[in-house]
Design a protein around this ligand. Structure first.
Ligand code: ADP
Ligand code: MG
Length: 375
């Protein structure tokens, strides 16, 4: 077990690293974060910042030598970096790296991820790997979404096509290369999207939240409603799918697993091998947050037997109309203590950039209607 005041390492230094840092500092740990960025949200919350390339292995090694355990807030790192960290952790301590490198490797690559889901019996949308651009997709159902296999997030690296001719033109202009490969996914006409926040410790003890209902805007998460008002069979299927994934990865850590639902059918979309934006309701709608779970698993602290959850709505605040959003948040908070604002201290508000989120602990029918207009 890693006891306070030992040092913990996080790869990445954005808002998820920041919220991990906030939990870790409460318990007396020191947090070190590593990323190419300076003056990061995590550093402003008290983490010690290491600024360097993910491919600068001497610098990475000095960082790793400083900490007693390593976890991630950002998984989109080069494969060579992950291999380096994996080799390092094997030579040091079996429990150093959580989650394991295989889980990260699978989550990094949309094709590996879908193949793994299918191999353990989880349904996905129909897909076709596009490695050369010469693949025959004339029979592939349209509309379809082309995605880069790696490094995508918040809808980046995704294009929707209504016909195979449109797709052909795109691929002629943007052919796959050694660095960029694609996956073609059938557009899934879902009724709604849900996600499950799942945690599992090294000994295999699980901690699973009920599904949350997610609404996206421009492919970026906009609103989460917890718990999702969904039929019991879908609820159970989502939880058992998350558990199946966790067990098959021998997972140690927290992940967010996303699903599309149509009628009685549930398909798995993707998972993020770390706390997830759709799990921010755990900060105020649960006795324990997803970040404290990540901390407890990384340090080997036990997971709680009991937990109380409350209905909660989470709204993301983007940089598009930030000052107006902030003003409204402050007004809501001045009237009602069930609103909880979490800001990330990012240097600049840019369109599409996640600047913070606000949680409302209560039912959807009780929230101020203006909450939904926050952007
Ligand atoms: P990321 O979150 O890594 O950007 P996702 O695959 O989760 O990538 O895509 C973002 C959002 O785009 C999804 O939450 C969903 O709203 C929409 N989307 C992605 N893939 C599909 C699909 N095959 N069918 C329908 N909608 C999709
Ligand atoms: Mg997603």
């Amino acid at each position: 077990m890693i006891l306070p005041p030992h040092s913990l390492g996080i790869l990445g230094s954005g808002q998820l690293g920041r919220m991990f840092t906030q939990e870790a500092i409460k318990l007396g740990y020191t947090v070190h974060v590593y990323s190419p960025d300076k003056n990061s949200p995590a550093c402003k919350a008290g983490a010690i910042e290491w600024t360097g390339s993910y491919l600068d292995f001497p610098s990475l090694k000095r960082f790793l030598d400083t900490v007693s355990g390593l976890s991630f807030e950002f998984e989109n790192i080069p494969e060579e970096c992950l291999d380096f960290i994996n080799d390092y952790s094997k030579s040091r301590d079996l429990n150093f790296l959580k989650p394991n490198a295989l889980s990260i490797k699978i989550a990094q690559d949309r094709i590996l991820e879908k193949q793994f889901f299918n191999s353990i019996g989880l349904n996905t949308v129909l897909y076709l790997p596009i490695a050369t651009g010469e693949e025959d997709f004339s029979e592939f159902p349209m509309p379809a979404i082309l995605k880069t296999t790696r490094f995508g997030y918040d809808g980046k690296g995704q294009w929707k096509f209504n016909s195979s001719d449109e797709l052909k033109v795109f691929l002629r202009e943007n052919p796959p290369s050694n660095n960029v490969k694609y996956i073609l996914e059938a557009y899934y006409p879902y009724d709604y999207e849900i996600s499950v926040i799942y945690a599992r410790n090294q000994e295999g003890k699980e901690f699973i939240f009920p599904p949350a209902l997610n609404f996206h805007r421009n492919s970026i998460l906009d609103l989460t409603e917890f718990p999702a008002p969904i039929p019991e069979n879908i609820h159970n299927l989502a939880i058992s799918s998350a558990s199946l994934l966790g067990k098959n990865l021998d997972y140690a850590g927290v992940f967010g697993l996303e699903f599309f639902v149509s009628g009685d059918e549930l398909v798995v979309n993707e998972f993020a091998p770390r706390p997830h934006n759709s799990g921010h309701y755990t900060q105020n709608g649960s006795d324990i947050s997803q970040f404290e779970l990540q901390l407890r698993i990384l340090t080997g602290m036990d997971l709680p037997e009991q937990n109380t959850i409350k209905p909660c709505l989470m709204k993301n605040l983007l940089g598009d109309d930030y000052s107006n959003s902030l003003q409204l948040c402050l007004e809501l908070m001045s009237k009602d203590s069930r609103y909880h604002l979490h800001l990330y201290q990012k240097d600049e508000a840019k369109p599409g950039r996640k600047m913070g989120h606000i949680n409302f602990v209560g039912k959807k029918s009780e929230v101020d209607k203006r909450f939904f207009n926050l952007t």
